[in-house]
Design a protein around this ligand. Sequence first.
Ligand code: HEC
Ligand SMILES: [Cu+2]
Length: 323
Amino acid sequence: MDHIDPGWFAFWPAAISRHASDVDLMLAGLVALCVALTAPVFVLMVWFAHKYRSGVDVDRSGGPKRNLRLETAWAAIPFVLVLFFYVWAARAYWDLHEPPADALEISVIAKQWMWKFQHPGGQREINELHVPLGRAVKLSMTSQDVIHSLFFPSLRIKQDVLPERVSYEWFEADQPGVHHLFCAEFCGTSHSKMRGRIVVLEPEAYADWLAANEADLTLARRGAALFRSYGCSGCHMNSDVVRAPPLYGVYGRPVPLASGGFVTADEQYVRDSILMPLDKVVAGYRPIMPSFAGRIAEEDLVQLVAYVKSLATADDYRLPDTP
Ligand code: HEC
Ligand SMILES: [Cu+2]
């Protein structure tokens, strides 16, 4: 199980998701189409160059006549064929950007030169990612320093991971096994060592793995503790002194802004609210929240965001799940 199977050909790793098989089929189809469209041109070129070479006695009369039907056909047919690939690829691309709502969310922090993964239950791992088979997994990713890119060859997906930004990548593996993961963006001297393994497990084996690596606190619970220690709760939890918006039910909803308009409270927004509170001020509140930029470690930030997310479903003003 520990061994990474390079597949029958190392440059063409196994495809372990429906998306991956789709990409392979698309690539094979595109190559076939390109060959079908260019081969006749080159075959005729070589053949004519030989047949009509200088000094050979052949019939050179009867130059080209217009044949509108033929000309239309050779423009229209390739156009339709190529358009078909456009629609196919666009759909696959769209799919890639629409993770299912019930996906298992795992947070990823990239840094020079390692990948850190955190499961919702609080389990953490480095350069190794355990995921269940047959379940959509959504990675929400950010970088602690420079731009990285998380690449899973066997899943045929790759996405840049940027500092100060949250980017996503999702997949649903349909075969158990161990496969490579790489950083695919040159990020410094040890870039080539920034790699690891993705371990796809049967659902029961994944449950066992989670149990065996049980963390003392879930991500959101750690976030709740940080919410206190960073002093957020002082303002945000029913303070009589400071007027700050309660964070219950905020996540995932549109928030009215003082500058007019709305913004959807996603991970990026919550992050930005903590690091750049003056950037988007909630309508009806004074801009008194201090910036926490440079004061909060990336991992703490992920946990705080997880906590604010968990408040989306909380229905009262107590800190839920606080130890
Ligand atoms: C000094 C009081 C104060 C502290 C401390 C504070 N906040 Fe705020 N926070 C506010 C106020 C006031 C607003 C609304 C105005 C604004 O958007 O800047 C706000 C807005 C927010 C929002 C956007 C809320 C919405 O409804 O869209 C989030 C998220 C947030 N804070 C999280 C935090 C976190 C996490 C911490 C701790 C790291 C924290 N705040 C610390 C006062 C505070
Ligand atoms: Cu990197």
